[in-house]
Design a protein around this ligand. Structure first.
Ligand code: PLP
Length: 409
């Protein structure tokens, strides 16, 4: 008899996006002529930059030529890409990261889930609410939680509610924890963290010998020069943090797949006898055993964002999305909505009208204006009363969104 992983039985069915899809389909069937605009999806809409496509093509040509063909590459990623990352993302910001501390992968979703392989089941995990659901679900799958409770929280996770009165920042837990997930700029709230506040988290982690899993998938959207792009800009983080970065939102790689994890050799975790072990060796072992690297053309395509032209093209695309965010923000505010985020992040976190529930407001917008957002409650109980709009849209849709929102005046 084969036994299954009981963690999977504790998971609540992926409810959010299927339910949005169901409600939108039902409305469209009843109103076939309605032009619905979708502002809820967290996927990019602009094509890959010309420099990226050129490098991609050239690398594919290399694969078709005997003298330049590549088979298996290094599991950690090609050095040309790791070096470009170190030079352009870290040295340029005065942050010392070794090339060997970068691990190229096919996505931050995989990395944030897979990293749990190298952590014991007995770790107490602290997670923000609302949150990118992958952190919670992967811990449930990995057997680090109890069942889901009535209030929508899983037993054994230390939740950190993010509220308006704290600018949607998680508060440092009152009890010791071992693993802390932080995500800035944040999905879904668009909140950011300044260096002084992030330093408090680093100090807390050092005090408790905890590890911060820092998801910086949206760092490229930071426009405020005082905000940290990397947790490694903070003193002490090299001893207690692992950072996740992705080309998905930075350069439109959601369908192309390329990301990386930074795991400094100085980050340590403990065996039951209390002996410290560098996690770098464990992650290297995990990746070399379970992963065979990202394809050569994809890594070449990713490296192209660090050429002079590539940098400009990627910056222009981000500026396009952030102009979308600014237009959307202005129209929402002009009719009295309270809007958060959308300044250093591509997401707008909007308080619902007249204190409606997230789903009630979702239905109201769908039926009255044929606009689709993402109900905040879908990201966790503290998201109730909010809706998330994404700036990853085409300008025409954004202008249409603006016209329709103004009807609520
Ligand atoms: N982390 C956050 C916070 C995200 O919002 C997303 C994607 O939406 C990811 C990670 C996943 O990134 P990737 O496409 O690299 O798997």
């Amino acid at each position: 008899m084969a036994f299954l992983n009981e963690g999977y039985l504790k998971l609540k069915a992926g409810y959010l996006f299927p339910e949005i899809g169901r409600r939108v389909r039902e409305y469209q069937t009843a109103h076939p002529d309605a032009r619905i605009i979708r502002m809820g999806i967290g996927d990019v809409t602009r094509p890959l930059a010309p420099s990226v496509i050129k490098a991609f093509h050239e690398a594919v040509e290399e694969m078709g030529n005997e003298s330049t063909f590549k088979g298996y590459g290094p599991e950690q990623g090609y050095e040309f890409l790791r070096k470009a990352i170190v030079d352009n993302e870290f040295i340029s910001r005065g942050v010392n990261i070794d090339i060997d501390e970068i691990f190229i992968s096919d996505g931050s979703k995989c990395d944030t889930g897979n990293i749990l392989d190298i952590f014991g089941k007995n770790n107490r995990v602290a997670i923000a609410d609302p949150v990118y659901p992958v952190y919670v679900d992967t811990n449930v799958m990995d057997g680090r939680t109890g069942p889901m409770l009535e209030n929508g929280y899983y037993e054994n996770i230390v939740y950190m509610p993010c509220k308006e009165e704290n600018n949607f920042l998680p508060q440092i837990p009152s009890q010791p924890v071992d693993i802390i997930y932080l995500c800035f700029p944040n999905n879904p709230t668009g909140a950011t963290i300044d260096k002084a506040t992030l330093k408090k988290w680093v100090d807390f982690a050092l005090e408790h010998r905890a590890i911060i899993l820092y998801d910086a998938a949206y760092e490229a959207y930071i426009s405020d020069a005082t905000l940290p792009h990397s947790i490694f800009e903070i003193e002490g983080a090299r001893e207690c943090a692992i950072e996740f970065r992705s080309f998905s939102k930075t350069a439109g790689f959601t369908g192309t797949r390329c990301a990386y994890t930074i795991l400094p050799k100085s980050v340590k975790a403990y065996d039951p006898q209390g002996n410290a072990h560098p996690l770098h060796a464990l992650w290297l072992r995990r990746q070399t055993t379970k992963f065979n690297g990202v394809s050569y053309p994809v890594q070449k395509a990713a490296a192209a964002i660090y050429t002079d032209t590539g940098k400009k093209e990627v910056r222009d695309t981000i500026a396009y999305y952030m102009e979308n965010a600014a237009i959307m923000r202005k129209s929402l505010e002009s009719v009295g909505f309270k809007v958060f985020g959308g300044i250093n992040a591509p997401y707008l976190w909007v308080k619902t009208k007249d204190n409606m529930g997230s789903w009630e407001f979702f239905d109201y917008l769908l039926h009255k204006l044929q606009i689709v957002g993402t109900p905040g409650a879908g990201f966790g109980p503290s998201g109730e009363g909010y809706i998330r709009f994404s700036a990853f849209a085409n300008r025409d849709s954004v202008l249409e969104f603006t016209d329709r929102i103004k009807k609520l005046a």
